[in-house]
Design a protein around this ligand. Structure first.
Ligand code: SAH
Length: 421
């Protein structure tokens, strides 16, 4: 494992090894009991267990705190409110616990054990399925931490410096919880913590050559967390891909924004007559083709490298089913209006041109576009296209991407299956 020390505010002139730095800092946190005081009028959301404390809610001076410090928040009388990872950012404290507990190996092990048991409860560790999201940030009371599990290899993605600093404890906890089912742990946070150039992706435990084959409901997938997007695979569409399978028999299908071909594979597994997979990334299409070959579906599949919006303007073929699964068109609220226009145009192209009686699986993973706004956008697209549309399924993120009830911001994936008259 290669971890380079943080450059920020160390006292020594020569860099310290990362682990030494972390150990020292954690000791300082414990001894000094780093604390922030919350403004009197701002405690309500913390008492309602919302896991984010914004910088504007903090009364005390935070200049001495370092990004990633474990900090306790108190009310103005010194009563404990929460403990979490501090960062000099709008979200200043990501709450790890609303109880006064130590943030140590035992803490991480308990949380990861709990997350694992939820996936077992959902029924994800069954024959033919060895891919799931094992930890989903706030949904598993571990804000800033994502762990995807791919047939023995856990890929960790940290969204906060604090989680990154705890990565050794997270890796140790994974070993304790998953035991022999765990062959390797890979840390991939250089994308998400890109403001810190000193973060290097590497194996923390074991080693696993990529692409690595995992299975989703009996379909094989090549997964490459080193070169692929995000942690290598879009785990969140598993149930929606399976649903497409239900409608796919003997159908001609266009899967746009296909990435590794997940929807295409599920449709082909269930007997689709022909599937066209489209993505603007050549690398994604190569990955799709590898997966199609891996499962033996080459004779019923063609791939297209193109911009989906351009391609959808004038479809050259009749399709029974079209899948629209674009990347987040809006990552921030100020981009929402433009995003809505994009979703409307894309959906209107599909509604206008699909075969009579055809189905469209349409999605948005923009957190700032909620399900009501998305539904209205698809309805507006149907009005534009001038065809009658019925909503036959309302889709969402699966159970291994749980939404903490006190953190509604955790809901991001929504979709519809519509039938076009
Ligand atoms: N449906 C996929 C996940 C889609 S991720 C699955 O089930 O795994 C979004 C994909 O859209 C990425 O592969 C990205 O390369 C692709 N993409 C982004 N912009 C695009 C565009 N304008 N046209 C076509 N594909 C695009």
């Amino acid at each position: 494992m290669r971890l380079i020390p943080f450059t920020a505010k160390t006292t020594s002139s020569s860099p310290q090894p990362f682990v030494t730095f972390v150990t020292k800092r954690l000791t300082i946190c414990k001894l000094k009991g780093l604390t922030i005081q919350i403004r009197k009028q701002k405690t309500e959301s913390i008492l309602r267990k919302h896991p984010w404390i914004f910088s504007g809610a903090i009364e005390s001076d935070t200049t001495q705190l370092l990004d990633g410090d474990i900090v306790t928040a108190t009310d103005n009388r010194g009563n404990f409110l929460a403990v979490g990872h501090f960062q000099h950012a709008t979200i200043a404290l990501r709450v790890l616990s609303f109880e006064d507990v130590g943030i140590n190996l035992d803490f991480f092990q308990k949380r990861i054990q709990n997350a694992f048991e939820l996936r077992e409860k959902i029924g994800l560790f069954v024959k033919g399925n060895n891919i799931c999201r094992l930890v989903h940030g706030e949904g598993d009371s571990l804000p800033g931490l994502i762990i995807d599990f791919y047939n023995g290899c856990a890929v960790i993605q940290c969204h906060s410096i604090g989680m990154f600093r705890s990565i050794e404890m997270i890796s140790e906890s994974l070993k304790k919880v998953l035991k022999d089912d765990l062959k390797a742990v890979y840390s991939k946070s250089s994308d998400t913590l890109h403001q810190r150039e000193d973060i290097v992706d590497s194996y923390l435990y074991g080693n696993c050559s990529t692409p690595h084959i995992g299975q989703e409901y009996g379909v094989k997938h090549n997964i490459d967390w080193i070169n692929g997007q995000k942690t290598g695979f879009f785990v969140d569409q598993r149930e929606n891909r399976a649903l497409l399978g239900k409608y796919a028999k003997d159908k001609k299908i266009l899967n746009t924004f296909c990435y590794s071909g997940g929807f295409s594979l599920s449709a082909l597994q269930k007997g689709a007559a022909l599937v066209h997979s489209l993505d603007s990334s050549k690398k994604a299409i190569e990955l799709t083709e590898q997966n199609i070959a891996l499962n033996g579906y080459t004779d019923r599949h063609e791939s297209i490298v193109a911009d989906a919006m351009e391609y959808m303007k004038d479809l050259k073929e009749d399709y029974d089913i079209i899948v629209l699964d674009p990347p987040a068109f809006a990552k921030h609220r100020d981009k929402r209006h433009k995003a809505i226009q994009g979703y409307k145009r894309l959906n209107a192209h599909a509604i206008r041109q699909i075969k009579p009686g055809g189905l469209i699986f349409t999605f948005s993973c923009s957190q700032v576009v909620d399900k009501y706004l998305f539904n209205n956008t698809v309805i507006a697209a149907a009005i534009d296209a001038g065809r009658n549309v019925r909503i036959i399924e309302q889709l969402h993120q699966p159970g291994d991407h749980p939404i903490n009830a006190f953190h509604p911001e955790g809901e991001y994936l929504k979709g519809l299956v519509i039938e076009v008259e």
